[in-house]
Design a protein around this ligand. Structure first.
Ligand code: IMP
Ligand code: MG
Length: 187
């Protein structure tokens, strides 16, 4: 481990390496490029967690796409979803009639995205599809169709490649399982 040596000490184990991520992100970009051929999708980055995935993904896509950023809050500093979703930063442009791809870091309970999908549909998007880096299907509390998922992972709290715990670890290049000692000593 040549970089980020200090924060790597807070991990129980590495779950997905940077090489595995890079390969999968490329594959996903190629798939999207094919599926959206002839269209100009609006790619929506869900801040903050998706920012690393988003920037890697859009750079591998060969389409006349546009980028938008939305910030949503469903988590405090704990590791469980509150079910409360707030839009902290909204889109800059109208999406009516557009093909929308919502890019998310992880789908857990599904509460955040099912709410968001509803919001985007009421704005008359032509289509809304979900692209996620990670999916924890075992934790789903509401039904949600996830069209594009890079990795299905077990029910563990993960950080890195944009994902945080208490706003930290987003800069880890790999995805790792956070050591429970980090969040059990809280409060
Ligand atoms: P959901 O509404 O329960 O699907 O929560 C989705 C959001 O919860 C994600 O966008 C993340 O911000 C956060 N989240 C869920 N699981 C994890 C995890 O294992 N690590 C870091 N953040 C997570
Ligand atoms: Mg988060």
């Amino acid at each position: 481990m040549d970089t980020n040596a200090r924060i790597y000490g807070d991990l129980e184990r590495i779950l997905v390496t940077r090489e595995e991520i890079q390969e999968k992100v490329r594959e996903m970009a190629q798939r999207l490029t094919k599926d959206y051929e002839g269209r100009e999708p609006v790619m929506i980055c869900i801040l903050k967690g998706a920012f690393v995935f988003f920037s890697d993904l859009v750079r591998e896509m060969d389409l006349p796409l546009t980028t938008e950023f939305m910030a949503i809050s469903s988590y405090g500093s704990s590791t469980k979803s509150s079910g409360v979703v707030r839009i902290l930063k909204d889109l800059d442009r109208d999406i009516s009639g557009r093909d929308v791809l919502v890019v998310e870091d992880i789908v857990d309970s599904g509460l955040t995205l099912s709410y968001l999908k509803g919001v985007l549909e009421t704005r008359k998007a032509r289509s809304v599809a979900i692209v996620t880096l990670l999916d924890k299907p075992a934790r789903r509390r509401v039904p949600l169709e996830v069209q594009y998922s890079c990795f299905n992972i077990p029910d563990a709290f993960v950080v890195g490649y944009g994902l945080d715990y208490d706003e930290k670890y987003r800069n880890l290049p790999d995805i790792g399982v956070l050591h429970p000692k980090i969040y059990t000593k809280e409060g």
